[in-house]
Design a protein around this ligand. Sequence first.
Ligand SMILES: O=C(O)CCC(=O)C(=O)O
Length: 337
Amino acid sequence: MVRKNELVSADQVLAFQRDGFVLVRNVLDRSEVTELRNAIQTFAGRAKTLGHVLRSATGEVVPVTDLLGQPGVGWLLSDSRIVAIARRLVGREDLVYFGDSGSMVGGKLRGFHKDNTNRDTAEHPDWLSPYTLVRLGVYLQDHSRHSGGLKVRRSSHLHADITSGEIVDLPTQPGDVVAWSLRTTHSGFAVRVRGLPFVHLQPRFEGRLPAWLRRPESCLRIAAFMTFGTNDAHLRNYVAKHADLATYADNYLYKQWLYNDGSEAASRRLADAGVTLQRPIPGYGSKFGSEEKLATGYVQTGPSRPDVYPASRVEAWIRRGGRVLRSVGLAGPEVSQ
Ligand SMILES: O=C(O)CCC(=O)C(=O)O
């Protein structure tokens, strides 16, 4: 096992700053991967029974509660290796966790997007200084030879659009951690093409690839995600966007904050690892541990805010063609499935 202060080399930090993502190998061992797979499946199953999950059109089970409150999983957020990676990439000592993490079981939710506050306006403060919110993904199965992993666009964290950057399917193996800037364009559930490992498809085409051309997933896809930041304007803007119900009603993160573990014990566990727990809204944690079964079968959230990405050249033509095909019923919905 690699020592924690060697987990992310100086070259990897530079690669992260250049590319907007980095793959850190062999962070977790085999038994930890097995333990996490089991714990997440158990927790997600229980959350689904209660309806404490986000609504899904593509089959994934996403508990609304963050990782901190999940038995057998919460340790990830204060794990010295995870914290060391986050600290190296955020680039600041005062690491903050603000209740943005989660797990996902199964599904096929694809589509290029960014996670930062403002995704399409180069004049917004998000784009005027290096971005300090970093997301870590732990994919608990093989994606070096199998579909289902993370797809990113290289250096797309430098562009306020989702069309820039070479497409890369990340060959993660169980135990690896992938980290990306919230400004980086990415999509889940990458489909690998049989016999053509060097081909990295647009998400919109992946869902339409015939089954015989796809490499299958290795087993049920289970993944965990967590975001860290530091005490700065980028974090304040991000939190303000999701805390403001007037402009972003009932958004998923606001709902998650209600269901999160905001206890003093959880906060102390993080503090012992050098991470500050920020509880962005007054009701943070007020529904944690609730046994109320939701009749809707999921936690209701408002629509996500549309991003208006200016399309250029080929992308504009593809969009136009897609609109025409959809209007005459010859193409499916815009988010590929
Ligand atoms: O499912 C995935 O691999 C990506 C999830 C994602 O887009 C995110 O956590 O921001």
